[in-house]
Design a protein around this ligand. Structure first.
Ligand code: FAM
Length: 428
């Protein structure tokens, strides 16, 4: 991994120079003002963070380096990890080098399996993923070296080591969780010749596993990898790591945020929603029937899963990439067809719902992915967020490696009381 390590170093030098320049231009320049509404409204729209791995444009979606989702949807997740860390795509021999590195670092410890197998049968797979990573925390190379005393400038190098060690174990860990929770508990051995996503697809042991599932898994793990710094999971992971808690703690914490229904859990709810529609109206459900179901759902005070976004104001390009895959490989599949019909019906209803209050009536990344996984026999919805998590860990790792390399301090925004806010209003 010397090429990747060197390229991260180069990227850090580049970013440090940029920051120096920015500081020379005016450290006290005001970037954003905060209103009372924002303070009480989840800090929406408040520019208060820097994240150099990726950014989300409300109208063109996710950008990683200079690339859009459309540019990247044929890539391997390993290449995206390189891109997140360095701002560049790797040379063609990187995939082979990464595969070998993963082989050397793979191997989930037996004690992790013992803990996971001891959990109650109805434990959510996201709890298992988060806990599985936490069990390995004492293996943190960063923690061991920090206790010995290392210069701050080297923190990122050990965090990078931790990242590679975790990433290498993820396919086995995630597939093992699937097999403990939904299979007979036997674990399938990884194939040293397969790529990262291909191995995960294979180790699930699904009846339909083959090249198409591996391809879908690659796309899935590419599309969920990062979404700038302010989303719940990435921000949580960064906050935890900013206290110099190891990457294991930071990843586990980020996953706990991802497990929420307004964030990563939405993807399992999307398929549930599609199956409810199918159950009620049958395979040939019409757009009119779907519209009726949407209105009933909204009237009962529930949200439409897979629609809306805190930042995006257009159809999520990641949704478009999944739809492209679906049209190519799953056009005959009923669940995919329902996802297509929802796309035709939902935005127009959400546009006028609550007097136009829904900021984005468009589909997000989750609206179609479950239908595709379902087609390949992944019919355990509870597992979908684990796949999201496996992918998003690439982003957590890259964000924390870069933040460490830039010497970013502990994160500590100021909070105030109602009384303090009321006093400010009185003063104005
Ligand atoms: N269905 C019904 N109402 C919705 C809605 C939807 N899909 N999306 C937004 N709204 C409502 C929202 O509940 C809020 O109403 P109240 O003020 O009465 O509470 C109003 O519209 C304004 O919300 P917003 O500003 O448009 O959205 P937020 O930024 O507050 O929330 C989401 C963004 C994603 C949490 C929200 O759109 C939602 O709950 N969507 C459904 C769940 C979902 O798909 N989550 C996945 C998010 C995805 F990107 C991810 O992390 N995987």
């Amino acid at each position: 991994m010397s090429i990747l390590r060197n390229e991260i170093k180069n990227n850090l030098t580049y970013l440090k120079n940029e920051i120096e320049h920015i500081f020379e231009g005016g450290r006290d320049t005001v970037l954003s003002e905060v209103t009372v509404g924002q303070v009480y409204g989840g800090m929406r729209g408040l520019t208060a963070l820097v994240c150099n791995t990726s950014y989300v444009d409300p109208y063109s979606g996710l950008h990683i380096g200079d690339f859009t989702v459309e540019d990247l949807s044929e890539k391997y997740p390993e290449e995206i990890f390189y891109l997140l860390c360095t701002g560049k795509l790797p040379e063609s021999d990187f995939l082979e080098e990464f595969r070998k590195e993963m082989n050397e670092r793979s191997g989930v410890p037996q004690y992790t399996w013992d803990v996971l197998k001891a959990l109650p049968e109805d434990t959510h797979p996201m709890s298992m993923l988060s806990l599985g990573i936490l069990t390995m925390e004492q293996e943190s190379v960063f923690k061991r070296n920090y206790l010995k005393g290392i210069p701050k400038s080297d923190f990122w190098k050990y965090t990078f080591e931790d990242a590679l060690n975790v990433i290498a174990k993820l396919p086995e860990l995630a597939a093992g969780i699937y097999r403990i929770r939904f299979g007979d508990g036997t674990l399938i051995k990884r194939d040293p010749d397969l790529d990262w996503a291909g191995n995960l697809a294979m180790m699930l042991g699904l009846p339909n596993s083959g090249k198409e599932l591996a391809r879908l898994m690659r796309l899935y793990l590419v599309l969920h990898c990062d979404h700038e710094g302010g989303n719940v999971s990435a921000f949580t992971s960064r906050v935890v790591n900013s206290a110099l808690s190891s990457l294991y703690y930071a990843i586990s914490a980020g996953l706990n945020g991802l497990a929420g229904p307004l964030h990563g859990l939405a993807n399992q709810n999307c398929l549930k929603f599609i199956l409810e529609i199918r159950h009620r109206f049958g395979d040939l459900v019409s757009e009119e029937e779907i519209a009726l179901y949407i209105k009933e759902t909204l009237d009962s005070g529930k949200v439409i899963p897979g629609y809306g976004h805190a930042v995006l104001r257009v159809t999520d390009p990641r949704f478009t990439a999944f739809m492209k895959f679906g049209k190519a490989y799953c056009s005959e599949n009923v669940c995919f067809q329902i996802a297509e019909k929802l796309f035709k019906v939902v935005p127009d209803i959400l546009k006028t719902y609550k007097g136009g209050k829904v900021a984005s009536p468009w589909p997000n990344v989750d609206a179609a992915s479950g239908a595709l996984l379902f087609k390949y026999g992944l019919n355990q919805f509870d597992f979908y967020t684990v796949l999201f998590g496996v992918s998003r860990i690439l982003g957590f790792c890259a964000q924390n490696i870069l933040a460490q390399g830039l010497g970013q301090p502990i994160i500590r925004p100021k909070s105030v009381t109602n009384k303090w806010v009321a006093d400010q209003l009185m003063k104005n």
